[in-house]
Write a protein that binds this ligand. Sequence first.
Ligand code: 13P
Length: 244
Amino acid sequence: MRQLIAGNWKMNGLLAEALGLAGDVAAGAEGLSCDLLVCPPATVIEPVVAELAGAPIAVGGQDCHQAASGAHTGDVSAAMLRDAGATWVILGHSERRTNHAETDALVRAKVAAAVAAGLAPIVCVGETEAERLAGQQESVVGAQLAGSLPAGFAGVVAYEPVWAIGTGRTATEADVAAMHGFIRAVLLRHLGAAGRGVRILYGGSVKASNAASLLALPEVGGALVGGASLVAADFLAIARAALP
Ligand code: 13P
């Protein structure tokens, strides 16, 4: 399966910046051997989709509400993201789990809502630094997967150790390989043979200089990129490092 290189722009990008970044990514996106995705803020999804028309780049949201519609002031439904032209959505990012107290059960409900609206979900899991220092990374990530993935899950999982996000500290190659192997085993246990088709992205301080070695590791199906996805040249360099 082709590797997926996904850019999570987080809360960055007023209209002019977002259009400039999308246009610069599109200008260098032809002929890549990976799937490419950008996840801008919800407010600019529709113009970014228009800017990327004809380019081999999908657009996703960064979160959605678990309900289809209703009295949820300030929230965005999966169908609204789809309506704006998104085809993917990131769910359960550690910043959502921390800043908005999102639980595994809530993430699971959001995954179901996303799939019902026709969006492909990327479900994020990952341990904190304290949990890793206590040797709990497998039990934490195993519980997140068991709680966050609905039966029949057919999306993408992103392993993002919390301590590697935005810190410049990347997990070691050995740690990434070990965790991705562990996640694959959990997926096969929960989903049966279908678990083999779930791409497992690595996220956490991925940059042009470390992308090739991370993307070459076993069971790494792509990258979820934060900071480096805000610079088109850096994001494209990561995409060019994907396996053919
Ligand atoms: P950084 O690449 O900035 O570490 O962010 C990773 C991330 O959180 C992607 O979702």
